[in-house]
Write a protein of this length. Structure first.
Length: 220
């Protein structure tokens, strides 16, 4: 008889499981309802084990917020890297990834809504927000600079930063639309609007970005 394989979770895996349980509890009951006891029950561990990894609930919630934000940015960066090819391809893929599942997701929106109120009152939350905002803007700056260079335009670092801030604002707004009421829009509608608007922000001819196919379908 074969002995069943046994996998002992590593420290990193246990910590990740606790963060996942924290996110599940917050998504279901909000920040106030997600108690350490509930999180421990969801993760199938004791409160004592939680204290081995986190000083308390505040630290667990902060880790959950960081996980949410870095996860969304990582998906978009991964899509750009996977697209390969031209700088235009990478830039487009980054924008589209931010406006399609799994980044646009009602559960993620609920988590973001729960976390965002803490930024004004919790310095650690504010630091996590700045860290992730800067990472997102930096990724956008690089993609924009490479794309415009490919189009024959050399932009200064300041110009790329201004473009990135404007595009980030556009993407944030459309992400909210897609996550709140995605069923009101055709599959490629919001990414198409984003790409067309980015052409205007960057001073590009119509169709430079938005004439290509999105997710295998013609852009609207």
């Amino acid at each position: 008889m074969n002995r069943r394989s046994f996998h002992r979770a590593t420290e990193a895996e246990r910590r990740q499981d606790l963060i996942a349980a924290t996110l599940d509890c917050i998504a279901e009951t909000g920040l106030q309802g997600a108690t350490v006891r509930q999180i421990a029950m969801r993760a199938g561990v004791t409160g004592g084990l939680i204290r081995h990894y986190f000083a308390g609930k505040d630290e667990m919630v902060q880790a959950a917020y960081r996980e949410t934000m870095t996860g969304m940015t990582s998906i978009a960066i991964g899509a750009a890297e996977a697209a390969g090819g031209s700088a235009k391809n990478r830039f487009r893929s980054f924008i589209v990834a931010n406006l399609t599942p799994p980044v646009t997701d009602s559960r993620t929106l609920s988590l973001w809504g729960a976390f965002i109120s803490q930024i004004r009152v919790d310095p650690e939350f504010a630091a996590i927000h700045r860290e992730n905002y800067q990472a997102f803007i930096a990724a956008l700056e690089m993609l924009i600079g490479a794309f415009l260079k490919e189009e024959g335009r050399i932009e200064t670092a300041d110009d790329c930063r201004r473009h990135a801030i404007a595009i980030n604002g556009l993407v944030d707004g459309l992400w909210l639309e897609a996550s709140l009421a995605g069923d009101m829009f055709a599959e490629s509608e919001l990414p198409g609007i984003a790409l067309g608007s980015i052409e205007s922000i960057l001073g590009l001819p119509a169709g430079t970005l938005s004439d290509s196919r999105i997710n295998g379908k013609e852009n609207i």
